[in-house]
Design a protein around this ligand. Sequence first.
Ligand SMILES: Nc1ncnc2c1ncn2[C@@H]1O[C@H](COP(=O)(O)OP(=O)(O)OP(=O)(O)O)[C@@H](O)[C@H]1O
Ligand SMILES: Cc1ncc(C[n+]2csc(CCOP(=O)(O)O)c2C)c(N)n1
Ligand SMILES: [Mg+2]
Ligand SMILES: [Mg+2]
Ligand SMILES: [Mg+2]
Length: 347
Amino acid sequence: MLVGDSLSSLDEFALIQSLNYKKQSNNFHNKLGVIKGIGDDAAVVQTRSGSQLVMTCDTMVETIHFNPYTMLDEDVGYKAMASNLSDIAAMGAIPKYALISLSIPKHYSTFRLKKIYKGLYECANYFEIAVIGGDTTKSPKHLNISITLVGEVESNQALFRSNAKVNDLVFTTGYLGCSAAGLDYLLKVKQKQLMLGQIPMNFLPLVKQHRRPTPQIKAGRILLQSRRCHALNDVSDGLSSEASEICEASNVGFLFDEVKLPIHPQLREYGQLIGKSPLDWIMYGGEDYQLLGTVSKADVVHIQNRFQQEGIPFFIVGEVVAQKGVQMKDAYGNIKKIHKKGYNHFN
Ligand SMILES: Nc1ncnc2c1ncn2[C@@H]1O[C@H](COP(=O)(O)OP(=O)(O)OP(=O)(O)O)[C@@H](O)[C@H]1O
Ligand SMILES: Cc1ncc(C[n+]2csc(CCOP(=O)(O)O)c2C)c(N)n1
Ligand SMILES: [Mg+2]
Ligand SMILES: [Mg+2]
Ligand SMILES: [Mg+2]
């Protein structure tokens, strides 16, 4: 990076890399018991007890992650907590403690902040997370909420992006693309603080997925306990981006099967209405917070059964191949390359 380079010339992931690469020695990390540092959904560190700590933080910034047309105040708190929980789920870990950092512009009333915290505690209480601290400051213009989550995982069992193996099957734990379509709808309607009751029934699942995604903690635990899941990631930036992350970390490729990608009926309907392919939202939309992972063919039936017992969807959507990168096979058997495109903060 050159002095004075503008951020817009840099990719978000390249920026993280350039700020952190080779700044600390491996010995130093080993001494401190770092099992997994930068580069996965959460960090994993050794403790003196038998288990390991899992830590992550994610931020929501007004105008970037939400605005008055897309979210109710309660939803902002709920989603800030849920998106962090999702990174813990992607490690197969159990979330436990949260620290909340809040930066508030002058025009926010305590009434609105209480609503944000109502949603935040709704999510924290449901998933049995103890809120144990945080930080509060003024902000020049927009609200900023950042959450640090700490969880626990059985020693050396955490699921990484880096263990996918050629011939594994690729799965997701639910429908993708709905959140992005819900966002599209809300931005088109453009009505401030739109209540659920004002939204036509057929668009409700899309809006709900955008405002209140369910972090897949239970799915992550099933996958870890099965001891048969090879790689795992959560889908915050879109399927193409998250698949690329697993492929890069594992040094493999993914071949998605277009006819196997599940399309939510309301996503299909909304796509038809506005003339857009659901595949665009699925591949490049993001914020669904489902899990994307790989499992060996021999073990897939066992895992499928466990998901069925728990009533959680499990869709096989492709396979892991030796050819690097992400590809898509269409209904006619034609294969095309999928570029790593998706939500990226700086381009
Ligand atoms: N400013 C930073 N300094 C050091 N490490 C960072 C920084 N920002 C992100 N990271 C690390 O980079 C890795 C990738 O982060 P990223 O935010 O893309 O993952 P994610 O939280 O799973 O995705 P998303 O934020 O889209 O939900 C993680 O290990 C994260 O801890
Ligand atoms: C008003 C508004 N405009 C656009 C978006 C879309 N969006 C913002 S951040 C992000 C990726 C996840 O965030 P991160 O990578 O920071 O975890 C996506 C898909 C939105 N939610 N609200
Ligand atoms: Mg993640
Ligand atoms: Mg993040
Ligand atoms: Mg992101």
